[in-house]
Design a binder for this molecule. Structure first.
Ligand code: MN
Length: 425
């Protein structure tokens, strides 16, 4: 495969990049946007500007790459992603070159620049993927241990399969929404106490789950498996992911088949897909896996990523309150193991499938990735700066998640996923 030239830390862009921006020229994420005058199309981002890939293509800057106008003049990234990892890597390399200070052909053509770059304030970012299937894992040991401690036995918090299998379930793709889109508090069956019959009511224990998600390229045919060594070739990139959960609905419904209506009412994703290529400099070792995993889950080289993660709660008309700081590197099972496990039985993964990491909790109480854990089942409410308390998420609260990797002065960020909770309909 060709070299990743776009990650070169020496590169500078002729587009202004503010200090601490998530989007230096080394990022080059992909998304979909529209404006008052432009139809939905594929874009990238440097600093506070969106780059219009359709216009770049039309003006001839993307020649000699395996793309057509249809790959960019579309409301989804799937068509572009169908060209595979080598193609999107070369595209990212090309964008990096066009916008670097080493290359002035585009910069000096102000007529073209005006057609190609759009201030972020003028762009509306859209759900960038036509999501096929959505799978959610349960891969944070700290999260699984906390949940097992609260609901079962602190001495046997992890179920016997957990250290052997990257546990997951099939979620629902239709309710995956983009940052900025509000959700309605879900309604359903809730059992107020063990002695009482269930009631139909709005969820009282609405929770976020701090997750990331990865998006796949076209996988292999039904019957074939993807190995841990191959897995990263099938992963396009990652987003921040808030996997909304209704804890009271979940408690009553989940036996024996697992999550259903407690999970499928909404999951929110951030608009920019940060490529796995861009994250290569941030690879780290993951937790030691003991017992030794079965052969199909064994892997070579580093497969975990150092990504700082934050959750903030903003009450209506109030300020942001930082309630959690975690890191993707805490995940016990890495993405390559998740994908190898998902396909070990021959299950076929397709272009645009979305795989949630599972709640990402760290080792300390301020790094827990859900209200369930942060407020410990409602027994330790969080105090917000306005004096109010939270056991779970209230109506009109906005939940914001941010994330970035940083090393040697280069910061590759995800932006944010932000969603407001509206009262039940
Ligand atoms: Mn989840």
């Amino acid at each position: 495969m060709s070299e990743i030239l776009a990650n070169n830390p020496a590169l500078k862009s002729w587009i202004e990049v503010p200090n601490n921006s998530d989007f230096p020229i080394q990022n080059i994420p992909f998304g979909v946007f529209k404006t008052d005058s432009l139809t939905p199309r594929v874009g990238s981002r440097i600093g506070n500007y969106v780059i219009d890939l359709k216009s770049l293509y039309v003006l001839g800057y993307l020649s000699n790459l395996p793309f057509t106008i249809d790959d960019f003049d579309t409301p989804f990234l799937n068509s572009m992603m169908k060209k595979g990892k080598l193609a999107t890597r070369d595209l990212r390399n090309r964008l990096s070159k066009l916008f670097s200070t080493d290359y002035n052909d585009l910069k000096n053509n102000t007529h073209h620049v005006d057609q190609i770059i759009v201030p972020i304030e003028s762009a509306q970012l859209l759900l960038p993927i036509q999501i096929g299937d959505y799978t959610d894992f349960y891969s944070s040991r700290e999260h699984a241990t906390n949940v097992g401690t609260m609901f079962r036995d602190p001495n046997n918090a992890l179920l016997p399969n957990w250290l052997w299998i990257p546990v997951g379930y099939h979620g629902r793709a239709s309710s995956v929404i983009i940052s900025g889109e509000p959700i309605y508090r879900p309604k359903g069956q809730i059992k107020p106490s063990p002695e009482e019959d269930p009631v139909y009511a709005p969820c009282q224990r609405l929770d976020f789950e701090l997750e990331t998600a990865f998006i796949t390229y076209e996988g292999k045919p039904l019957g074939d498996s993807i190995s841990t060594d191959e897995a990263e070739d099938y992963i396009f990139g990652m987003t921040l992911f808030n996997d909304w959960s209704a804890r009271d609905i979940q408690t009553w419904e989940y036996i024996p088949l697992g999550p259903f209506l407690a999970k499928n009412f909404a999951s929110s994703m951030s608009p920019w897909i940060v490529t796995l290529d861009a994250l290569q400099p941030y690879k780290v070792d993951g937790p030691t896996q003991d017992p030794k995993v079965l052969s199909y889950l064994a892997f070579n080289e580093k497969k975990s990523y150092d990504i700082h993660l934050q959750v903030l709660i903003q009450p209506e008309n109030g300020e942001e309150n930082l309630v959690c700081q975690s890191n993707f590197k805490y995940m016990y099972w890495n993405m390559s193991q998740q994908l190898a496990h998902h396909t070990v039985n021959g299950c076929n993964v397709r272009c645009g499938d979305l795989m949630g990491s599972g709640t990402i909790s760290g080792p300390t109480p301020d790094s827990y990735g859900s209200m369930l854990e942060l407020a410990w089942k409602g027994t330790k409410p969080l105090k917000l700066s306005d004096g109010s308390e939270r056991k779970f998420i209230l109506d009109n609260d906005t939940v914001i998640m941010r994330g970035y990797s940083e090393k040697n002065g280069i910061r590759i960020g995800f932006g944010e996923v932000s969603s407001k909770v509206l009262p039940a309909k």
